[in-house]
Design a protein around this ligand. Structure first.
Ligand code: IMP
Length: 434
């Protein structure tokens, strides 16, 4: 049995898309388990760039099956646009993509509700991706959401659509929202899309469990990152789904006993988009340098990402939540030009030094990072694909992260291309992706 979870160890955008793409070659199925088209997984193959939002990166490997699990919220228009762009690039989708009949359907009304909650006086603005993700999950949790299976059943869809939209209109009226929704137009569009996706819809929990029973291997692909997890992240500055390892089970219907390992993906530094606490954020020139060198602008929204130094207590926290067996460190080359590289090893909270992550935003915002400074390597590591070729100071930096986080660094990414990747010889990681 070899079924592993690959997920974000920070606030998302860690480079999971590339890592999943590189190692999906060794697996039979790649399955997404949460989130929606708020995610943006960028993959470069030669001079072609693919930004996948809903469809798992495994789709880029011919012959692999890609699964959209029950834990996702699906905007059908976004899904079809992505399918079209892949097919236009010569990558067949139909026959390779399987969509859960239990995933939830996202509607334009969800975007309207989100605009309202983000802009309303007295509400905390989260700085969301404005895709309607939160309100769609709200409907799911409130037990009034519409699932893919219901979208495909014309009678049920008609009845539920009318009931759900009636409620949205009542809320919009009560809150004085003037945005007009073309309810009939959306209904017709969704009916048309339903027919297009019908052949791909199935009980993906059955598909995955049958495949596992037959000895096939599954790679579970997380979206966002653990610090954006609805339970374990920096609430309320989080996304509305379970981005941590537990989400892989609830979001696909595969039991924890069928999962063999969890791999965390982290940048060699750290970034965050949107609002919320960020202890190691660097607001001066070094932050701008990281942003420019790392091209740290959102792949879905284009927003500049907030940048900062690697945070050991935060990584230890996400390692514990997820039980990381190995860590992938991405974008090492972005740090190539720095003379010194600070790494946060603890926080100062009042007079105390702590390493735990506090549960409230107010407490987190009080934290001051305690840094240890490591020497930079000042030579290019771009594209290096063997551990021995890394400059000594870069290896020492990685070993420092490994020792202080307590998780092996089994893989390092030194550029966006598939071959710009190092698998550390003798690591657990090498064993997991063999
Ligand atoms: P939402 O997921 O659109 O509701 O946004 C909630 C928070 O999660 C915001 O801070 C977003 O910037 C952040 N977020 C959502 N998806 C991603 C992602 O794929 N990468 C990084 N941040 C994300």
């Amino acid at each position: 049995m070899r079924n592993i979870i690959i997920l974000g160890a920070q606030w998302g955008d860690e480079g999971k898309g590339k890592i999943v793409d590189v190692f999906s070659e060794k697996f039979d199925i790649v399955a997404r388990y949460q989130g929606g088209h708020n995610a943006g997984h960028t993959v470069f193959i030669g001079d072609r760039k693919f930004v996948l939002k809903l469809i798992p990166s495994g789709i880029l490997r011919p012959g692999k099956q890609a699964v959209i699990g029950n834990g996702l919220v699906i905007d059908p228009a976004a899904l079809v646009a992505e399918m079209d762009s892949l097919e236009k690039a010569g990558l067949p989708v139909s026959g390779n993509l399987f969509i859960s009949n239990r995933a939830h359907v996202l509607f334009p009304a969800h975007r309207m509700m989100e605009k309202m909650s983000e802009a309303r006086p007295g509400r905390v603005s989260i700085g969301t991706t404005s895709r309607g993700i939160g309100p769609c999950y709200e409907d799911k949790t409130a037990r009034r959401g519409i699932r893919v299976a219901e979208l495909l059943d014309p009678e049920t869809f008609r009845a539920k659509y009318d009931a759900v939209m009636e409620e949205k209109i009542a809320i919009a009226k009560a809150l004085d929202i003037s945005e007009e929704l073309d309810l009939a137009g959306v209904y017709r569009e969704y009916e048309r899309i339903a027919e297009r996706i019908r052949p791909m819809v199935c009980d993906t929990a059955v598909l995955l469990n049958d495949a596992i029973r037959q000895g096939k291997s599954v790679l579970f692909e997380g979206a966002q990152g653990t610090m954006l997890d609805i339970d374990h992240g920096t609430y309320p500055f989080v996304t509305s789904s379970s981005a941590s390892a537990g989400g892989a089970c609830t979001g696909t219907g595969v039991a924890p006993t069928r999962i063999s390992a969890v791999i965390g993906v982290s940048k060699a530094y750290i970034t965050r988009v949107g609002g919320g606490p960020f202890p190691t954020e660097v607001l001066d020139g070094a932050g701008d340098r990281i942003r420019q060198r790392g091209n740290e602008f959102g792949s879905v929204t284009g927003r500049p990402r907030r940048c900062g130094w690697f945070d050991i207590p935060l990584l230890r926290y996400t390692a514990a939540i997820n039980g990381f067996d190995s860590l992938v460190v991405t974008k090492l080359d972005v740090l190539d030009e720095f003379d010194n590289i600070p790494v946060c090893v603890a926080y100062r909270s009042g007079k105390k030094e702590i390493t735990a992550i506090p549960p409230t935003v107010a407490e987190m915002q009080q934290l001051e990072p305690v840094y240890e400074c490591l020497p930079g390597w000042k030579v290019s590591t771009f594209g290096i694909s063997s551990y021995e070729q890394l400059p000594a100071a870069a290896r020492e930096y990685l070993e420092f992260l490994e020792n202080r986080t307590g998780v092996e660094v089994g893989c390092i990414s030194t550029g966006p291309e598939r071959n710009q990747t190092i698998v550390k010889p003798g690591s657990r990681f090498q064993d997991l992706v063999r």
